[in-house]
Write a protein that binds this ligand. Structure first.
Ligand SMILES: Nc1ncnc2c1ncn2[C@@H]1O[C@H](COP(=O)(O)OP(=O)(O)O)[C@@H](O)[C@H]1O
Ligand SMILES: O=P(O)(O)OC[C@H](O)CO
Length: 495
């Protein structure tokens, strides 16, 4: 039994990957599912789609791999974080669509809680901020809007979960209602510093604590799959939110190690070790992983628009047909123009947390065309990352100037974007051979727990570089460009 099945339940698709005993990918399967936008700023998923796409990709990857089910030692689950599901304990039926992390419907609730003076308490207990991004106010919204649900939850008839919890409930046939610390710490209801659900915050949001799952380590016994699902019981042994799983997959196990994942959004996590660092610069303090009962902390910067700006060039402006065309366009851009694009399509995330402002572009001339737009779009991702690193450095003296940033995610395939990133942060950018870092992180958790994979050090030794981008930009030009970006952001937030 040397294989591990990793499940990556993401925002737009569910994926399943089988890794062999050497942590090499044997087979993978992926299925997209429908996004629901019932109102402006609202984003929902049908929980049954999350489940059926996950189950289907697991079956498909097991078949593709051509290995007997008996050869899978364990399952690791990683998932889109913060998304909320509420379901009936008895029937398993969800009482509302899942409210997705991107959903902004609870802005008013957050504004009111801030006005009532609750934000300091929230930061103090959770390491997060009062923003609609996190699960707590989304769960409150469901309990406020689905008739009788709060009373039913109090009677123990309804259960809450992030996506990992919901999938485990379905996989174990309703036997386990559990999550791990990396997912719990994104809910706004978990005391990330003491460990355990926060009575104070649950009271503030009027959330019955009966509906909350048990919180485990990231490598633990999360239950076994129903025997009819994959032909036999398989133990679920690893769980982590997708950005924390990528931190593990990138082997960022030492304090000071830093990774940034470029998918739809961008999430940078800096390992700060056993001691949590409290941000003075509106970054998030988060659990990077919890092993043997001991949490390791990270500072996180979350940006909502990274690869999505490239999707906008393709689907909105229609100036490219595929994301990779941005490379050729940016190479041909006129250097004498310096367009600055602030992609605040849904407001700005860290470190600004401005939900109201919207995107802007500066420096347009009659000569500005697709080439300059593509360049500005790729540069915007570099500038936003520099903002996060500046905030991290201000928060944590030990960080100094980062020597290296490890990158992954779909957009890290862009050489042009990664070179600019290195130029503008003035540090090396390392892209690994394996870009499936999220699934790899979940697989390692499960494989380590199963005794199939090496420990942290052994795993870290296996990390392999694909390409290192080194900064080549002149210091004065770097300072001038970044200063222009900061002024563009100021202007965007003041309109
Ligand atoms: N060669 C490329 N150049 C620039 N952007 C890219 C490239 N390839 C993919 N992307 C961007 O990366 C994103 C997809 O990355 P992925 O990690 O699959 O995202 P997610 O997990 O959020 O769905 C898309 O937004 C796409 O625009
Ligand atoms: O599903 P992804 O890769 O877009 O990641 C979403 C994050 O977990 C949101 O916090």
């Amino acid at each position: 039994m040397s294989h591990i099945l990793a499940i990556d339940q993401g925002t737009t698709s569910s994926r399943a990957i089988i890794f062999d005993g050497d942590m090499q990918v044997v087979a993978s399967a992926q299925e997209e599912f429908e996004q629901h936008y019932p109102n402006s700023g609202w984003v929902e998923h049908d929980p049954s789609d999350l489940w059926s796409s996950t189950a289907a990709t697991c079956r498909s990857v097991i078949e593709k791999a051509g290995i007997p089910e008996g050869d899978i030692a364990g399952i690791g689950i990683t998932n889109q974080r913060e998304t909320v599901v509420v379901w009936e304990k008895e029937s398993g039926r969800a009482i509302h669509n899942a409210i997705v992390w991107q959903d902004r419907r609870t802005s008013d609730i957050c504004r009111q809680l801030k006005a009532d003076g609750y934000e300091d308490q929230v930061i103090e207990k959770t390491g997060l901020l009062l923003d609609p991004y996190f699960s707590g106010t989304k769960l409150k919204w469901i309990l406020d809007h689905v008739d009788g649900s709060r009373e039913r939850a109090r009677r123990g008839e309804l259960l809450f979960g992030t996506v990992d919890t919901y999938l485990i409930w379905r996989m174990t046939g309703g036997k386990r209602h559990v999550t791990d610390a990396t997912n719990a710490c994104r809910t706004l209801m978990y005391d990330s510093f003491k460990g355990g659900w926060s009575t104070t915050i649950c009271k503030m949001l009027d959330i019955p604590m009966e509906m909350l799952p048990e919180v485990c380590d990231s490598a633990a016994e999360f239950g076994v799959t129903r025997p009819d699902l994959f032909g036999r019981e398989i133990p679920i042994l690893g769980v982590a939110g997708d950005q924390q799983a990528a931190t593990i997959g990138q082997a960022c196990f030492k304090p000071g190690m830093l990774k940034s994942t470029y998918g739809t959004g961008c999430f940078a996590l800096l390992n700060t070790g056993d001691e949590p660092v409290r941000s003075q610069n509106r970054l998030l303090t988060t659990v990077a992983y919890q092993l043997d009962g001991k949490p390791t902390y990270a500072l996180e910067g979350s940006i909502f628009i990274a690869g999505a700006v490239v999707q906008w060039l393709r689907d909105g402006l229609k100036i490219i047909r595929s994301a990779s065309e941005t490379q050729g366009l940016a190479e041909k851009a006129d250097d004498t123009q310096d367009l600055v694009l602030v992609p605040a399509f849904v407001g700005l995330g860290a470190p600004y947390w401005n939900a109201e402002c919207r995107g802007a572009i500066y420096g347009l001339t009659r000569g500005s065309g697709p080439e300059e737009f593509a360049k500005a779009a790729l540069e915007s991702v570099g500038y936003q990352t520099r903002d996060l690193l500046e905030a991290m450095r201000a928060d944590w003296d030990d960080m100094g100037h980062p020597e290296t940033l490890r990158v992954d995610g779909g957009m890290s395939a862009s050489d042009w974007a990664m070179q600019f990133l290195s130029d503008i942060i003035g540090a090396k950018v390392d892209r690994p051979e394996v870009l499936e870092t999220t699934a790899l992180g979940a697989a390692w958790l499960a494989g380590w727990r199963a005794g199939v994979y090496a420990d942290r050090d052994g795993f870290a030794e296996r990390w392999r570089l694909d390409r290192c981008f080194e900064p080549g930009m002149d210091d004065d030009l770097r300072a001038e460009k970044y200063d222009r970006w900061k002024r563009a952001v100021e202007a965007t937030m003041s309109v």
